[in-house]
Unconditional design. Structure first.
Length: 285
């Protein structure tokens, strides 16, 4: 029978409370979150600000979800083109990635919203006018000829711009994931009679997607934060609603404290999910 002293030394009863190893960063965040939560519940100014800004959270989440969905699809297609042996596909995808990654996201947002979208609308109208002249009995062309730029809201333009911008980054994530799979697996699949598309669909992509899920999660968090750039288009997302609240009440501290609290809450929740996903999808080497 061991004594308590021996048990303590063997680690059965932990007595070495080394406070230098405590997660102080988490403790500080929890205390700050609790303090701000109490202020929101007890202070009228904080409570009114919180209720007002919840309207912007819906728009923020909507922009993030749709833009990142677009970015994922665009990134997968572009990533496949980047590893393709087709010269045109490789160069076109590389050109897209280099251009988009070389332009600040806020500039890309303004350029797409106020330059590209109007040009595309004019092209759609031109196609409609041409269609009415060539095929007067088809009603679709009449709809295209009367297509208005007002149909595309500023929120829609922000979604397109963010999706287009993040698509270049997701393309590199997918490319890295695909190239991380051993070439021998592709050769083995071809030896079984599979063509290139079958090899990618059934062998390479399932493994690559599993490997890129954690970095995709990190980019999703970044996209959530970058959705605040939609404020330059006056989209009523969280940051814009905060600016309106500050301008109408002059409550600067309350407004920006609540904005930071909301963004931090969303990003911490997503970060926890990403860490859980990394453990769940971890590949044993």
């Amino acid at each position: 029978m061991q004594s308590k002293t021996e048990q303590k030394h063997r680690g059965i009863i932990p007595v070495d409370f080394n406070i230098s190893k405590w997660p102080w960063w988490a403790i500080v965040l929890i205390l700050a979150g609790l303090a701000l939560s109490i202020l929101i519940l007890t202070s009228k100014n904080y409570n009114d600000t919180f209720i007002y800004l919840t309207l912007g959270v819906k728009s923020t989440l909507r922009i993030t979800l749709f833009s990142f969905l677009m970015a994922t699809v665009l990134g997968l297609i572009t990533g496949l083109a980047r590893v393709s042996k087709n010269v045109f596909l490789f160069n076109a995808s590389t050109l897209y990635i280099e251009i988009v990654r070389g332009i600040p996201l806020v500039v890309l947002l303004l350029y797409i919203a106020f330059a590209l979208v109007p040009v595309l609308v004019e092209m759609i109208k031109a196609i409609g006018v041409w269609g009415i002249t060539s095929f007067p009995n088809i009603g679709l062309f009449r709809s295209l000829a009367t297509f208005s730029i007002r149909v595309i809201s500023m929120e829609g333009r922000a979604i397109i711009a963010l999706g287009f911008g993040y698509g270049a980054y997701e393309a590199e994530v997918f490319r890295a994931g695909i190239q991380s799979i051993s070439k021998g697996q592709m050769e083995a699949a071809k030896s079984l009679g599979m063509n290139y598309l079958q090899c990618m669909r059934f062998i390479i992509l399932p493994q690559a997607i599993r490997r890129v899920l954690p970095p995709l999660g990190n980019d999703f968090i970044a996209c959530l934060k970058d959705s605040s750039l939609a404020t330059v288009l006056a989209v009523p997302e969280l940051t814009q609603m905060g600016r309106l609240r500050r301008a109408s009440t002059f409550r600067v501290m309350e407004t920006f404290n609540v904005i930071a609290f909301m963004y931090l809450s969303m990003t911490l929740l997503l970060s926890s999910f990403v860490r859980w996903l990394e453990k769940k999808m971890k590949i044993e080497e």
